[in-house]
Design a protein around this ligand. Structure first.
Ligand code: MSP
Length: 524
């Protein structure tokens, strides 16, 4: 491709509520987004990675009142905790948006103004149930099914009866169904897409998109046409994905700042908030005549030690638990575990036992052991410099090379589909194949026979190359550990696309190795 404009890549996490402390669920989405951001940056794309906090709404107002602080004080406090956790987990976000930011609030008002101008909003009366846990209006039939309780929180639904503005959601449903059906990759995974489609087919009413501001103690974004009402917290929240880019313009210094990143490549979310993202958000964008995001990916939920996480059960994986884990192992190990344990999209269970097993198995035995065997042998038999391959056509090395090339070929599409476990399996596969290669070719025996010098050199070159490629692809997941491993190989990653660097043979012969050091000391 000519020109110097790199293709953009825009990834988002949900913006997290500030009524509660950060936990494993938040860290999961954010780590996944970080892996994507790091990977696409490494491929030379111009990446924008957005995260942030969702600060308005009844839930926050209540939580603040319970603690005897103002919503803003609560938000400031919890935002600090999120930022600290993201630093501790090495999250490379480019922007952190808060829905209480002036840049956001004013743009939400502008979006609503545009919807009003397009006759997408009308004044009516809301009469019905509201789930404050999910910040969601609930129909009578759904309310009856859940015994008038929040489906997730279990707390009683609240009855609302007040004038409210409505978005003409119903109008957009046929177009939306059409869009989802004709764009395979739009809502993922496929099973979730089908759920959305069948729920859409059952019919969807217009959406109440305002609440009386006084009922929220004034904590919300006022409707631009009627400031007694505030914009419904989900409309406010979903808008963050464009407002953070400086869109729409409102005449401040952020105007159009990063507008080139829209449409987003992927909105990563949990399965519980798919309906808002797959229905309300695209309908709103259609009504605004804005392009739709390329993909909305809903991941599964974590249980802990076999049970739903709860503070009273003592299995809650809080920020403190995460910190304990990263101290005992490392932050990279925590990142690895979350993306390795289950295919992205499925539910998973976190257990300390399983973490230990993955650590000792995948990381210490397969990856760490391969690195130290390779580095030690090159020190011992080749004076610490990568031997030049003779090209003698070693059949066993060709097999390792084939496994490495399969990994390099599979990664871009796996990453494009958020299939992290596929990438990690490919990496482990390569480690396994290379370990077996060492076992069968027995370089330690060849080292005793001067006539086998070329064969030995070819074997060790293949090992070093396999290790380099394995660590190169591990970098987005375990950035610090992978670089330490590459450092032992004497190789630091030049600023070239990963898919070029992944080619077999890039490691220069003669590269001087550093001392071997265990990347993953075994835990008992
Ligand atoms: N504020 C809304 C999102 C607005 S996006 C425009 C929200 N916030 S949240 O803080 O409640 O949840 C954020 C994310 O955490 C959701 O994607 C949710 O799926 C995820 N998780 C919460 N608990 C979880 C687990 N136990 N496991 C995995 N993810 C979970 O919703």
């Amino acid at each position: 491709m000519g020109g110097s404009m790199a293709r953009t890549y825009y990834v988002t996490t949900p913006i997290y509520y500030v009524n509660d402390v950060p936990h494993i669920g938040h860290s999961y989405t954010t780590i996944a987004a970080d892996v994507l951001a790091r990977y696409w940056r490494s491929e030379g794309r111009e990446v924008h990675f957005l995260t942030g906090t969702d600060e308005h709404g009844a839930k926050i107002v209540k939580a603040a009142a319970e603690r005897g602080v103002s919503p803003r004080e609560l938000a400031d406090e919890v935002v600090g905790q999120f930022i600290e956790l993201w630093r501790e987990l090495n999250i490379s976000y480019d922007d952190f948006i808060r829905t209480s930011d002036v840049r956001h609030e004013r743009r939400v008002q502008e979006l609503v103004r545009r919807l009003l101008a397009r006759d997408q909003i009308y004044l009516g009366q809301y009469e019905g149930w509201y789930d404050e846990g999910q910040e969601e209006f609930v129909t009578e039939s759904v309310a009856r099914e859940t015994d008038y309780r929040g489906a997730i929180s279990g707390k009683p639904l609240v009855r609302y009866s007040e004038p409210s503005y409505f978005f003409r959601l119903g109008r957009w449903i046929p177009a939306l169904i059409d869009y989802i059906q004709s764009h395979e990759d739009f809502v993922r995974p496929i099973a979730r897409r089908n759920e959305v489609l069948s729920k859409l087919a059952a019919g969807v009413e217009d959406l109440s998109i305002s609440r009386l501001l006084e009922k929220l103690g004034g904590w919300g974004v006022p409707m631009p046409n009627d400031p007694a009402h505030s914009v419904y917290v989900w409309i406010d929240a979903l808008s963050n994905y464009v407002t953070a880019l400086g869109d729409p313009p409102i005449g401040d210094e952020h105007d159009g700042e990063r507008a080139r990143f829209w449409p987003a490549d992927v909105h990563l979310i949990g399965k519980d908030i798919l309906w808002f993202h797959a229905v309300y958000w695209p309908a709103m964008l259609m009504a605004l005549e804005l392009p739709l995001p390329r993909c909305i990916f809903a991941h599964g939920w974590w249980t802990s030690e076999g049970k739903k996480m709860s503070k009273s059960l003592g299995n809650f994986i809080s920020r403190q638990t995460i910190r304990d884990i990263t101290r005992e192992y490392s932050r990279d190990v925590y990142r690895y575990f979350l993306l390795r344990q289950v295919p992205f999209g499925s539910d998973g269970d976190f257990s300390h036992e399983m973490l230990r097993r993955r650590y000792n198995g995948d990381l210490a035995n397969d990856i760490g052991n391969l690195l130290s065997r390779t580095v030690n042998m090159i020190h011992r038999y080749c004076d610490g410099a990568v031997p030049a391959p003779t090209g003698a056509g070693l059949t066993e090395a060709a097999e390792v090379r084939t496994v490495a090339e399969a990994l390099v070929t599979a990664v871009p599409s796996a990453m494009a589909a958020c299939q992290f476990h596929t990438v990690l399996e490919g990496i482990l596969n390569l480690a396994g194949a290379t370990n077996r290669f060492i076992d069968t070719t027995e370089p330690f025996k060849l080292a005793k026979t001067p006539a086998a010098k070329d064969r030995l050199g070819d074997i060790l070159y293949a090992c070093a190359e396999a290790v380099r490629i394995m660590l190169l692809y591990l970098r987005p997941f375990m950035p610090e550990t992978a670089d330490r491993g590459l450092g032992q190989l004497g190789w630091s990653v030049p600023p070239q696309p990963t898919s070029d660097l992944g080619r077999w043979g890039v490691l220069p012969a003669g590269t001087r190795l550093q001392a071997a050091e265990a990347l993953f000391p075994r835990k008992t």
